[in-house]
Design a protein around this ligand. Sequence first.
Ligand code: ATP
Ligand code: FE
Length: 387
Amino acid sequence: WLVLGIESSCDDTGAAVLRGDGQILGEALASQAGIHEQWGGVVPRLAQEGHKQAIDGTVDEALRRAGVATGDISAVAVTVGPGLGLCLEVGVRKAIHIAAEHRLPLVRVHHMEAHMMVTRLPPPAEASETSRPADPRQPDFPFITLLVSGGHNMAVLTRGVGRHTILGSTIDDSIGEAFDKTARLLGITKVPGGPHLERLAKDGDPKVHPLPKPLAKTRDKVLQEGCNYSFSGLKTAVRTLVERELHSAKSAALSEEELHKAKADVAAAFQHMAVRHLCERASRAAGWALELEPGTKCLVVAGGVAANQAVRKGLEEVAREHSLQMCCPPPRLCVDNGVMVAWAGIERLLLGLFEEPPSADSADSHVEIRPRWPLGERDPRSQQQKV
Ligand code: ATP
Ligand code: FE
């Protein structure tokens, strides 16, 4: 059978058609890069407008590339949350419309579950025939996931589809947000700034400006000893540093080259400490997960920030320390896309976790979305009120 996946939770409109065995037949992505730049972040109303304009074309494109029509599809999977309500609505409306028209089962997909589950997507048929019968990088349950994206920063123990325990999450910003905000402080105007900051950090020396380690001085025992994250203090420290090093009288006399180096040093210092904090907590989470599920073999790293080389290197070390295999989706599937939604849908379909076809009139009525949808229960050791 064939599953159509639709994604519209943030600023990318994605669609894909996958065969039941996970082979990708067609995919399409409409990015809103450029639209939000002048606002310094994603503007929900503008993003919704972008999705509305792109949704029909993106779905048609995915179907065309797969060489199929909507009538050939066996089920529709769609992200219903978490994400921006206005944006989710566009994708969900489209999915319900197609499902109602062709009497297809509908699978409601959790965006973060899709980000992690896409790691389990079987490799393309040609690749699997030539080599490995079972790719060790395709994680079996249970596994640990570090979700490092623009909206989330979480360590999760996953025992199966829909069976997640949150070992830790951020009490303020996600690492992606911290990268983006630091990029802006350093004068990077591109959105998102994260990848540009990584590039800048390559020219810098992280030892020039030692930054404080997040949560190192907290007296809160849960924060001190648990797997939660905090990135806002680091961002404030960077702001102070930028004001001192880059906006002072001293920096006014710098040549362009010296200014670049000064910025690069700050970028490198930030990245170094952000990765250290991420890894310290990830290592603790790995310890907890192995206590809870000694059979855990993989550390999955998913979300946009998984593309960062320093993050990968740090987490590879963490995985090695705990004798875990690090597993990442291919970079193209780390950012929001329709493939991950279709695959998460297939995993759910196989378990019977889907809804009967919606009735024709439901397409125009209220669509149920879940902008805040917790992934699962929290481990009591990191139980923390949001501050
Ligand atoms: P969520 O999935 O939590 O709803 P999202 O889908 O917006 O959020 P992603 O698309 O997974 O987030 O990731 C985008 C984030 O990844 C941005 O913050 C971006 O700056 C960051 N990012 C991407 N590449 C890199 C990189 N090389 N280094 C650092 N950050 C990066
Ligand atoms: Fe995402």
